[in-house]
Design a protein around this ligand. Structure first.
Ligand SMILES: [Zn+2]
Length: 477
């Protein structure tokens, strides 16, 4: 329903009412020009009273102001009774001025046709309740497969091997940093290895001397203790290089270089003193805040790597839907479909992954995470998304479009078609009991039967008409 068509429809309905009024031998309807609160209303009212003063008295007696029951509570037999007469001495439902008091409107075929689809009538039926719950959400990176990659030690960027959008494999070197800490660690490792070699040969020598009875056992034990200490130091230095990200091969290369050789030892992977920053998993480079010569430190958001083949969609489910979601979850993962405005023709299958443990006080919703497939990587973090959770297998339901359900003082109602004995067609407000709602549809649990026709579109136009007529119906007060 466009905003543009609304005044057009109101006008159209107003014209229909006026035409009907003019041919119904009743006095002009005060509310027809929409000016029921104007002083002119008083004049029209006076004219009306002059013509049907007696009827007015009767009407007043039948409907005492405050205790007047809502038409929503009247049975159809009462509303369409020939005996219920208005102040114009005709059955109320037939009176173009008074039928609104009973929530009755006429909607002739030509009005429907002229409404250009703004008004529509349809027969309601039971149909499988799809159970789809639609909610808004936002695409986010899978936090288990996304990482900002800073170096493992402070340093200066000396080489960058990847750029935005590059796909990289696990273990691939992304950039390299000149790091004092790495230099220290390598020196320490070589020194430890040298000390280890000395300690080992000393222990061997002491063992030989002890075996030949030349030295006491205490010397041997002391030498063995020093050897063990040297072993531990070498292992610690080796671990430190491992923690900086060097591979076993690189550590072996570092060991082969002569201690004190400085920049002399050049070779693959770390042997030139550069600290490699590697991809911990296969993924795509999403952000690069990195330049040659820049100083970087551990924890810096230097380069964002993510596996975007699946993404998270952060959404929420209403508190009242929790039971249905949990019930569906007991039978397995809840299927979901994600769509984004950037790709209106596409949908991305996924599943409900996690439900939050608390309810948001303001929105009465529970956080939910949907994991969606993103094989070609088009879903990007930060995109707004629509998420449909499929809670199927919930049986049939009598459903109507959500816009067909209106409210009067908090009571939901529909405009339901009623055919009188004279085969005249009217629409009358009937109270209904709505149930679940989803996807622009509402389940009706009571007050409506399959096969009945209702106003499915544009009902609010009729509602405003009824209310205006009711408020403008001075005679009824
Ligand atoms: Zn009347």
């Amino acid at each position: 329903m466009t905003a543009r068509s609304v005044p057009h429809l109101s006008l159209l309905l107003g014209m229909i009412i006026s035409v009907v009024v003019a041919t119904a031998a009743c006095s002009p309807q005060p509310g027809a020009n929409g000016a029921s609160g104007d002083p002119t209303t008083g004049a029209a009212h006076a004219h009306e009273e002059g013509e049907a003063g007696h009827a007015h008295e009767e009407s007043g007696g039948e409907d005492p102001g405050g205790a007047e029951p809502s038409d929503l509570d009247l049975p159809l037999s009462a509303i369409f009774s020939k005996d219920t007469r208005c102040e114009h001495e005709i059955p109320t439902y037939t009176c173009d001025q008074c039928r609104y008091e009973f929530g009755v409107v006429r909607l002739p075929q030509d009005v429907l046709a002229a409404s250009d689809g703004s008004l529509a009538v349809a027969v309601v039926e039971r149909r499988p309740w799809s159970g789809a719950r639609e909610a808004t959400g936002e695409v986010a990176l899978d936090a288990d497969r996304a990482a900002w990659l800073g170096p493992r030690a402070p340093g200066v960027v000396r080489a960058i091997h990847v750029d935005l959008g590059d796909r990289v494999r696990a273990g691939q070197t992304l950039y390299e940093v000149e790091s004092v800490e790495l230099g220290d660690a390598r020196s320490e490792y070589r020194r430890a290895l040298a000390e280890q070699r000395v300690a080992r040969s000393a222990a061997e020598r002491e063992a030989d001397l002890f075996a030949r009875g030349i030295c006491p056992e205490s010397d041997l034990l002391e030498a063995r203790a020093r050897r063990e200490q040297a072993d531990a130091s070498a292992e610690a230095a080796r671990s430190r290089l491992g923690r900086l990200g060097l591979t076993g091969g690189e550590i072996a290369t570092a060991a082969a270089a002569e201690p004190g050789g400085g920049a002399a030892g050049r070779g693959a992977g770390g042997d030139d003193g550069l600290l490699p920053v590697r991809a911990p998993f296969a993924g795509t480079v999403l952000e690069r805040d990195l330049g040659l010569g820049a100083r970087v430190e551990p924890g810096d958001r230097a380069l964002l790597l993510a596996d975007t083949s699946v993404v998270w969609v952060e959404t929420a489910i209403a508190e009242r839907e929790l039971e249905a979601v949990l019930e569906r979850q007991r039978r397995g993962a809840v299927p979901a479909v994600v769509s984004v405005s950037a790709f209106p023709a596409r949908s991305f299958p996924g599943r409900l992954d996690r439900l939050g443990g608390t309810v948001d006080e303001a929105t009465r919703t529970i956080r939910a995470r949907v994991v969606a497939d993103n094989p070609d990587g088009v879903l990007r973090a930060g995109m707004f998304a629509r998420v449909r959770l499929q809670l199927d297998g919930e049986g049939d339901a009598l459903v109507v479009p959500a816009e067909a359900v209106l409210e009067d003082e908090g009571r939901p109602f529909l405009f339901v078609r009623a055919t009188t004995p004279g085969d005249e067609e009217y629409f009358v407000r009937r109270a209904v009991r709505p149930g679940r709602s989803a996807d622009g549809w509402v389940e009706i649990l009571g007050g409506l039967e399959p096969g009945q026709a209702i106003v499915t579109k544009g009902a609010f136009l009729l509602k405003s008409d009824v209310l205006r007529a009711k408020m403008g119906a001075g005679c009824a007060d």
